[in-house]
Ligand binder design. Sequence first.
Ligand SMILES: Nc1ncnc2c1ncn2[C@@H]1O[C@H](COP(=O)(O)OP(=O)(O)O)[C@@H](O)[C@H]1O
Ligand SMILES: [Mg+2]
Length: 323
Amino acid sequence: MCLTPKTGRMERMLEIKNLSVLRIERKKSVPILNDINFAVKEGEMFCLVGESGSGKTSLALSIIRLLPKSFKIAYGEILINGKNILGINERSMRNIRGKEISIIFQDPAAYLDPLFTIGTHLQESFHGKMANKKELISLALQEVGLDSEIQTVYPHQLSGGQQQRVMIAMALINKPSIIIADEPTTALDVLTTRQIISLLNAIRLKHSPAMLFITHDLELAMEIGTRIGIMYRGNIVEIFRPGVQKPYHPYSKILLGTIERKNSKLVVGVEKNKFYNEQISQVCVFFDMCDEKEENCKKIIPFIWHNNETGVRCIKSGRNTQV
Ligand SMILES: Nc1ncnc2c1ncn2[C@@H]1O[C@H](COP(=O)(O)OP(=O)(O)O)[C@@H](O)[C@H]1O
Ligand SMILES: [Mg+2]
């Protein structure tokens, strides 16, 4: 067990080992996530980037154990501060959710109950000592740039940006060691997006949680991520450090090319439902789309680590990838 000398907390606050998830559909199982491995350390902003349908939300929901009933974790471990949460009961898991790990979703309006005030939402999220409740709620609001008076209003009286700030305050209130943000700015305008991103980054710098930031926007990830994981059809095909290494995987390079050409439209799409109608592929997951494929790629490609923290699921991974 590795603890950080400064704070005494677990260094790898979130660790995912060999995670595979299936969806059971009319007695057939279809792969959703395949052999996912990575860890997020204290103070890190690990950005998970992938197209719609690549499995990002399924991964987030696996981590907080809130997958829909038709989904099944087939294999693997999810360690939160060193504890495998796949082996614990729902009551213990409820204790971990909110206290040790929080999640911020894409559409705050869908998660705020219109019948209850913001104050009630914040109180319901609080799991600490009652004596500190009022003070910690005010502090959380202050931290996300909202006035304490906002507690008396109802969700529909707030703008999208304010609603998302409330969600972030709810996520922060118990000082969790892990924060997951699943496309937290998709429903917001450009200016509000920038403000929310700066807020999340400021929170990371101040409290050093392990942050898992999920987005389809590689350009944004390149800007804020300390590491980036690229997802394609339920697989993490590459993990790299932006600004330190160039991504190597042919799919990552195509994604990067779309930014460099200032063309946000993807040239490689996942054919609708393709992945989910086939069994786990016996060839490289990117084989059909890859311009660089060789005969050798017609096999299951393992994720090849360059070191503990970066690596690629491509057969040509030995090449130099420094910037
Ligand atoms: N509630 C659900 N019921 C059935 N299939 C689902 C459900 N949620 C997601 N899926 C399927 O799981 C796959 C991964 O989806 P998801 O994790 O939401 O991807 P992403 O967040 O990257 O867009 C997709 O094929 C999607 O259609
Ligand atoms: Mg999603």
